[in-house]
Every structure is written in C-alpha cells, then in structure tokens.
Design a protein around this ligand. Structure first.
Ligand SMILES: Nc1ncnc2c1ncn2[C@@H]1O[C@H](COP(=O)(O)OP(=O)(O)OP(=O)(O)O)[C@@H](O)[C@H]1O
Ligand SMILES: [Mg+2]
Ligand SMILES: [Mg+2]
Length: 498
C-alpha cells in the first residue's frame, strides 16, 4: 500500500483486500476448518503488534453482547441509554459502540458518542494500524506479539475489531459497547478479560458451519463471552440453550441472571412493539445499569421505575434498517434486515401490522435476497405463510422480486459493499435468485414472481408497479439481507444516506 494513498476510499479498498476470497472459504469449508482457540491467540498477537495489551482494554469498561438475534439492537439500546448520561456531562464521558455488519457505510461499525466516526478519522486510524502491523520489529514488547508475523493482517471483520480498539483507546473512550461478530468463545471481540457486563440475547440457529447445527453448541460458543467476576445476563431461552448457558456459567464460577421482561418497561414505547424487542430492551437495561454502577458511584438503580434517561434512551434509539418505514407519494417502503427463519416471520408480521394500521388496499410487493446461503430458500416458506396468516383476508404478496445484492445497474457495488465472499458466477447467473423464484411460484402460484439483477433496478420496478398519485399506495417489504437493505436505503435516501 503506497503511503501517499490514504483517503477513506483507499482505506475501504485496503480493507476489501482483507476479505477471504470465495475460493478460500470453500476450501476451508471442505476441509472442515473452523475458528478455534488459535484465532483468539492471534487476535491478542495483533493487539500486541499495534501496541496494546489485553489489560489496556480494561480502560474501555466494555459491555459485551453475544447472541443469535438482537445483539445489534441490544447494543444500540445500551448505547442510547448511556449517551443520555454522557450528554449530561456525567460518565461515561466518551462512549464507544462497535457493531456489525454495517448497513450503509463501513464506518458505521465504529461510533463515538453514537455517531459513526468521520471518514478522515477512520482513514487516519486505519492506516496507523496498517503501518504498525507491517512494522518490524513489533512496537510492543509483549509475549503475544510473536503470535503473528510482521506484515500479516487479520481478515476483514477482525481488522475492523482491531481498529475499533485502537480508535477507542486513542480517543479516550471510557465505556464501549461491543457486539460479537460470530459466536463468542473464538470471536475477535473476545480478547477482553474484564468487561463490566456481558449479555446474551436470544439464541437460535445461524452460522451453522462455524458454530454447529444444534442450539446447544451455538449456546456454548456464545457463552464464551461470560467472564468470572463480571455480571452476566441473558433473557428467556429455549430449554436446551438455557441449560448450556447455566452449565458454562457454573464452570466459570459465575452467576448468570436470567431476566424476565422488565416490568418497568410498561408504559415505555419500545419499537417495534413486540415481545422480542422487549427482551432486547430488558437485557439492555440490565447491562446499562451494571455499567453505570461501575462508572458512576452516584448512580443507583431504582427497582420501581426507570430513570428518565433510560426511558428516553429506549424510546429514541436509532437502529437503522430494522423495522423502518419510508413513505413516498405512491409507495410505502418497509425495510427490515431480517435474515433468519424466525426473524423473517417476525418481519412478516410487523409488515402486515403496518399495512393494517394504514388500512391500505394497495398491492403488496416483496423485494428479497439472501446471498450465498443455500439454506436461505427455506426462509421463504415461513415468510410466505406468515404474511398470509397475519392478514385477516389471507392476502399474500401480489408481486415478488428477487434480486442480487449488487447495488447499481451501471457501476456495480458501492465500495462499502464489495464482497469477495460469494461466487461471482452465481451472482452473474442469479443462481440463488432462480431457486428462490421457483420456490415462491410453488408456494404461491398467484404471485407475479420476477428476477431482477440489481437493487437499483428492483426498486425502480417496485416504483413502476406503484400506481399514480391518489391510487392506494403500494406496500413494499424489502428484507432477507442487511446488504440488500443497506443498499436499498442508500438508493432511497441518495445523498442523505450516510
Ligand atoms: N430477540 C430477538 N429475537 C428474534 N428476532 C430478533 C430479535 N431481535 C431482533 N430480531 C430480528 O432480527 C433482526 C436483526 O436484529 P439485530 O440487528 O438486533 O440482530 P443481530 O443479532 O445484531 O444480527 P446479525 O447477526 O445480523 O448481526 C431485526 O430486524 C429483527 O427482525
Ligand atoms: Mg448473525
Ligand atoms: Mg448485528
């Protein structure tokens, strides 16, 4: 990397070069290679090579969240609550938030005081990390520094995790909320030894190749973030998962608190108004209370009622791409990044509820994609069924569009969405989308099923289907993938999008 080229775009190009190519992912999959304890040792090695020890991370007073679904939402709630205290000049004085994946731009993953760091700051810290990793000898005299060779760099998501530590420590962040990437035990965020609180959100089946096919093994991985001496919380789980969490807590010698929906949330407007979101909010309240107790000796939780700051934090949270509604003259877009069987059913019910609340007779359009996961075709049954079941008249989607995650018709991917991890031939031939289309036609023969190459063209098509102004507005649901949803929001909002 030439040292002259150091803009944000250069950083994103350099970052994209750290994506594991599709062929390598396939080879690993075939050889059964999964992340293991060595991945965490390497991460500590990278940390040492950029000049930090695990103890330095204690300064971040980390709230650490794992789970199959609701991690990002829980972290956003915690961030939003803590930010009310930060804004009053109380602790935390500087608040960090690390989440994944990104929706519209990579820098969204690293936030300070709830705002994505600027392009300039991102580029500056990105290349500092880059140069330190290339430097020889290592700048830190630490045993772990030998775990990785000079010049080697962690893959994409791990590099961003490493970058977040550097950004937050350099900027003097005194509380940071961290979402795990995949799993917990071997995740790149799991190099912190003394978080202030850990939380495990709803567990289910996802990332089967890495985490295994059973909810028990998935729970085992997620439980890896719980640390002795650090308060640990979770919400109601399926029995098999709950047992594994308790066993792992006992092994580590810690008490895991299982939270019922917090009665203090009654009267708090949690959106969407659904049980799963109240579980996320419940977990967030417990995590925020624990963090505040540690940060501010003057803070003490009130078991009867939530403080104003908590209520405002929960009600005013911004978490883009989840249950978002955007109204245009002829079409109402419903945008949700659900991409598992359960969350898609949830998204379907939310969509039908929104349509019912508007009492619209307009036709329904689905824009769907999920790239690279063969099992995704089975998501469609639940989605199709849930929409019809939720509708009193049993109405489904009149029009169903399957597209790829390629952003633009003319220029391809937006830089922040370049993805080497899928087979390019599959995308060009729309292999997945053809399978989806065939399945949907079988599930709902009355639906008008379409295959459209890019997100931009899919949106154009939905707009074309929308009637003239004054006609009932078309109700569109965009879902199945955060990449799809992020690309779509970027197009719908144009220059206003991040
Ligand atoms: N507790 C939950 N249980 C089930 N579904 C949920 C829950 N929380 C959120 N969802 C659904 O999952 C979608 C993604 O939520 P969120 O971003 O919080 O999850 P995540 O765990 O960060 O997911 P990812 O694996 O994409 O990082 C939401 O739009 C919502 O439909
Ligand atoms: Mg996930
Ligand atoms: Mg997430």
């Amino acid at each position: 990397m030439a040292t002259a080229a150091r803009s944000y775009n250069d950083a994103i190009d350099a970052l994209n070069s750290l994506q594991t190519p599709f062929a390598v992912i396939e080879a690993r999959r075939k050889a059964g290679i999964r992340p293991d304890a060595a991945s965490v040792r390497e991460m500590r090695g990278y940390l040492a090579r950029i000049g930090y020890s695990s103890q330095d991370l204690d300064r971040l007073n980390m709230v650490h969240v794992a789970g199959t679904k609701g991690k990002g939402s829980t972290c956003a709630f915690v961030d939003s609550i803590l930010s009310r205290y930060q804004q009053q000049g109380r602790r935390p004085h500087k608040l960090g938030l690390f989440t994944s994946p990104h929706l519209i731009a990579v820098r969204e993953r690293i936030r300070i005081n709830s705002a994505p760091i600027s392009e300039a700051l991102f580029a500056k810290y990105f290349f500092q990390v880059w140069d330190r990793l290339e430097a020889h000898p290592a700048i830190a005299a630490d045993a772990d520094a030998d775990a990785v060779a000079p010049g080697t760099k962690p893959i994409y998501a791990r590099y961003l995790t490493l970058l977040s530590y550097h950004v937050f420590l350099s900027e003097g962040v005194d509380a940071a909320v961290y979402e795990t990437g995949i799993g917990g035990e071997y995740d790149a965020t799991n190099v912190v030894d003394r978080p202030v609180a850990t939380g495990i959100s709803t567990l289910g089946i996802d990332h089967v190749f890495v985490l295994g096919p059973a909810v028990e093994t998935i729970a085992w991985h997620k439980a890896g973030i719980m640390k002795p001496g650090c308060p640990a919380f979770t919400v109601e789980q399926v029995a098999a998962a709950a047992q594994v969490l308790q066993d792992r807590a006992a092994e580590k010698g810690l008490a895991l608190t299982v939270l019922d929906i917090d009665p203090r949330l009654a009267g708090v407007r949690i959106r969407p108004d659904a049980a799963f979101q109240k579980r996320n909010a419940t977990l967030a309240v417990a995590l925020a209370e624990t963090a505040l107790k540690r940060l501010d000796p003057a803070f003490s939780p009130d078991p009867q009622a939530l403080p104003r700051e908590f209520v405002d934090g929960l009600e005013q949270v911004v978490w883009r791409g989840r249950c978002e509604v955007k109204e245009e003259d002829t079409i109402i877009w419903h945008v949700d990044g659900a991409h598992t069987v359960d969350s898609l059913k949830m998204a379907a019910r939310w969509f039908v509820g929104e349509c019912a609340a508007r009492d619209s007779a307009g036709s329904r359009v689905l824009v769907f994609n999920q790239q690279g996961r063969v099992e995704a075709v089975d998501f469609l049954d639940g989605l199709c069924d849930a929409v019809k079941r939720a509708d009193p008249a049993g109405k489904g989607f009149e029009h169903v569009i399957f597209c790829t995650n390629v952003t633009y018709a003319a220029t391809g991917y937006k830089r922040d969405f370049v993805n080497h991890q899928h087979d390019p031939a599959d995308i060009a031939k729309m292999t997945m989308q053809r399978v989806f289309a065939e399945r949907w036609s079988a599930l709902d023969p009355a639906a008008n099923v379409m295959l459209i190459p890019t997100i931009e063209e899919a949106i154009d098509m939905a707009r074309k289907l929308a009637g003239k102004e004054g006609a009932p507005k078309v109700q569109a649901l965009i879902t199945g993938s955060l990449h799809l949803v992020g690309g779509a929001l970027g197009i719908l909002e144009g220059a206003d999008a991040l």
